[in-house]
Design a protein around this ligand. Structure first.
Ligand code: NAP
Ligand code: ZN
Length: 352
């Protein structure tokens, strides 16, 4: 076992603070990674504050972080395809049973034995898994991704969650070229949704509660921006969208976005607010509209997304922060004040 520095939360109300955790010695199938950057996902905050207690109660201490990019420092004897020095990524899952229909269909995230990168059962060391707010990590090779060397690594880290979570439902929608696509919420997920929808040729509109994000939305690739708090602006777009991707992290009225969908339109939720949100049945019946959900993506699809980003030079727009700024970053996330993903420079943890 190796000791490594990390930032953890001791309870749902405690700020994140310096801690020391253990990482296992790499097994024959493992890859050991020095972490260079870790993105800050709103799911980290939901978990640290135990906001998903009814589904996935948080075990403390909690070390979040599932947008990990680093370099390989060692590989096990059975590992091929990775070598010391390679740029690699780790996303939201680090294990699954590889046997079940979900794993066979390359959607390991839905495997009954999937292990999340943090707050999941750690079969090697006991207790729970610890995430990327740390200096290093050891991961089964099947959950390690290759990061294209042309990508900026600070901006590539968020691809491992925000990237795949938005890429996957947009790809699954089908041929989205020329379709009218709405991205709801311009945060970490939302701004990646804009980039991907645009890259696949959609007509992209951003729904935002923040008037000051309008210019950025257009710069990121949106064709138009709709201020969701302005009923007149919303009404202009009623019944017109083919697809809407909802990334909002807090309680909101789903029905007002269902109203934006056209015939057979679909709204996919990727945002994961704490409480249930009511849906008015007639809003779906008229126009044969549907509402669904999507959770990250499988490993194969995540590699496909990273390769796509490598080819098109797509990364996240990041504000690089030092580890010790994390509590301030969480406060800003809650104020929708992120442009558009925080990426922690892990070198800052070495001197913490
Ligand atoms: P984020 O960076 O904080 O962005 C969320 C955005 O939602 C904000 O920037 C804001 O955009 C909008 N928003 C926030 N509060 C709002 C409110 N009260 N009403 C309306 N809009 C509001 O968060 P994120 O990291 O992108 O994550 C978004 C959600 O997705 C979280 O719930 C997270 O847990 C979830 N998530 C799900 C998956 C999955 O696999 N399904 C993966 C990762 C994350 P504007 O300022 O533009 O309005
Ligand atoms: Zn995430």
């Amino acid at each position: 076992m190796k000791k490594t520095k990390a930032f953890s939360a001791a309870s749902a109300t405690a700020p994140l603070a310096l801690d020391t955790i253990s990482r296992r010695e790499p097994t024959a199938h493992d890859v050991a990674i020095d972490i260079l950057f870790c993105g800050v996902c709103h799911s980290d905050l939901h978990t640290v504050r135990n906001e998903w207690s009814s589904i996935m109660p948080t075990v403390y201490p909690c070390v979040p972080g599932h947008e990990i990019v680093g370099r390989v420092t060692a590989v096990g004897s059975e590992v091929s395809g990775f070598k010391v020095g390679d740029a690699v990524g780790v996303g939201c899952i680090v294990d699954s049973d590889h046997d079940c229909p979900m794993c066979k269909a390359h959607v390991e995230q839905f495997c009954g034995n999937a292990v999340f990168t943090y707050n999941g059962p750690d079969k090697h060391l006991g207790g729970v898994t610890y995430g990327g707010y740390s200096e290093s990590v050891v991961v089964d090779k099947r959950f390690v991704l290759k990061v294209p060397e042309n990508l900026d690594l600070a901006g590539a880290a968020p691809l491992l969650c925000a990237g795949i979570t938005t890429y996957s439902p947009i790809r699954r929608w089908g041929d989205i070229q020329g379709k009218k696509v709405g991205i709801v919420g311009l945060g970490g997920l939302g701004h990646m949704g804009v980039k991907f929808a645009r890259a696949f040729g959609a007509h992209v509109a951003v729904f935002t509660t923040s008037p000051n994000k309008k210019d950025d939305a257009l710069r990121l690739g949106a064709h138009e921006v709709i201020l969701s708090k302005d009923p007149a602006e919303m009404q202009k777009h009623a019944n017109s969208f083919d697809f809407i991707l909802d990334t909002i992290s807090a309680d909101h009225d789903l029905n007002s976005y269902i109203h934006m969908l056209g015939l057979d339109g679909k709204l996919t939720l990727v945002g994961a607010p704490e409480k249930p949100m009511p849906v008015a049945p007639f809003g779906l019946l008229f126009g044969r509209k549907s509402v669904g959900g999507s959770l990250i993506g499988g490993i194969k699809e995540t590699q496909e997304m990273l390769d796509f980003c490598g080819q098109h030079n797509i990364t996240s727009d990041v504000e690089v922060i030092a580890m010790k700024q994390i509590n301030e970053a969480y406060d800003r996330l809650l104020k929708s004040d992120v442009k558009y993903r925080f990426s922690i420079d892990m070198a800052s943890l070495k001197s913490a």
